[in-house]
Design a binder for this molecule. Structure first.
Ligand code: ZN
Length: 261
C-alpha cells in the first residue's frame, strides 16, 4: 500500500536569499520531497504558501496520509482557518512531521498548546545527533549517532509538552544540547518534530537526514480509516445507557437539547 505524502514549504527564503537559493535552487520543499520519494512506495507531492489556500484545500488534505511542514519567516502569513483545517485532519489521523523552525509554526503551537520556544545561534556549528531510542521505527538503519558539519544551534529548554518518546538528542559544538526528535499523538494523528534543517546549510541533501525523513513518514502514517467521530460529542439518553438506570437529580439541559461547545 502506498503512503500519500504532502511536503509543504513556505518557499520564501529560497526566493529572497541568494545563499538559500544556491543550496536549494528548486526550493527546500523539492529537496525534502526528493529525499522522501527515494522509497518508491511513498507517493510524494508538494505544496507552497503562495498557492490558493496555501495548497492545503479540504480535498488535498483528505487525500494526504502524512503532511511534512517546513516554515520560518512567514509563519504569521498562514491563514488561521487553514491551520484549523490541518489540526482537524491530524486529530482524524493524518500524520504530521514538523521540521526545524516549524517549532514556531501556528500548526505546531496549536497542537502542542505551549510556547514551543528555544535558544538559538547561527554559527555553523557541528551538530551530533545521538540516537537515544535505537529500537524506535524512526531510528531504523541509523548508527549510534550521526553528524551534520554545519547547523544552527537550538538549545534547551524547549518549551514543548513532555513528548510521548524522545528519539534523538543533539549536541552542538558550542556545548548546548537539545531534544531534536520528539513524538506526540493528538487525537488519532501521529506527530514527529525533527530539529535539523536550517535554510543556509545543505541539511536536506544529507543521506542520513533522508533516511530519518522516510522512517518518520512510515511511523507517522496511521493506516486506520479517518476517525471522523473525534469531533463529535453526542448525548447518550438515559434509555440508551449500556446499563438500565433511573434518571434522578436536577439537570441543566432539556431533553434532546444540543450541548454547548
Ligand atoms: Zn533555522
Amino acid at each position: 500500500m502506498s503512503i500519500n505524502v504532502l511536503v509543504w514549504g513556505e518557499n520564501v527564503h529560497e526566493r529572497e536569499n541568494e545563499i538559500v537559493r544556491e543550496i536549494y535552487p528548486e526550493g527546500m520543499h523539492t529537496a525534502i520531497a526528493r529525499q522522501i520519494a527515494a522509497d518508491g512506495d511513498l507517493k510524494v507531492s508538494t505544496a507552497v504558501l503562495q498557492e490558493p489556500e496555501h495548497g492545503l484545500s479540504e480535498e488535498r488534505l483528505a487525500g494526504t496520509d502524512v503532511l511534512v511542514w517546513w516554515g520560518h519567516k512567514a509563519h504569521r502569513q498562514v491563514d488561521d482557518a487553514i491551520v484549523e483545517r490541518v489540526a482537524k485532519r491530524v486529530w482524524e489521523g493524518m500524520g504530521l512531521i514538523v521540521l526545524h523552525s516549524g517549532h514556531f509554526s501556528k500548526i505546531f503551537k496549536r497542537l502542542m498548546g505551549t510556547p514551543c520556544a528555544l535558544k538559538w545561534r547561527e554559527a555553523g556549528e557541528r551538530e551530533r545527533l545521538w540516537v537515544v531510542n535505537p529500537g524506535h521505527p524512526i531510528a531504523r538503519g541509523l548508527p549510534a549517532f550521526f553528524e551534520l558539519e554545519y547547523e544552527e544551534m537550538y538549545g534547551e529548554p524547549f518549551s514543548v509538552p513532555e513528548p510521548m518518546e524522545t528519539v534523538f538528542i543533539s549536541w552542538f559544538q558550542g556545548g548546548e544540547v537539545f531534544r531534536s526528535g520528539l513524538t506526540y499523538r493528538r487525537g488519532a494523528g501521529n506527530i514527529f518534530y525533527f530539529r535539523p534543517g536550517h535554510e543556509t546549510y545543505p541539511t536536506y541533501h544529507d543521506a542520513t537526514i533522508g533516511q530519518v525523513l522516510r522512517n518518520a513518514v512510515r511511523w507517522a502514517h496511521n493506516p486506520a480509516p479517518a476517525y471522523m467521530a473525534v469531533h463529535e460529542a453526542p448525548n447518550v439518553p438515559v434509555e440508551k445507557a449500556p446499563e438500565k438506570i433511573v434518571e434522578r437529580g436536577p439537570k441543566l439541559h432539556a431533553p434532546g437539547e444540543q450541548g454547548y461547545r
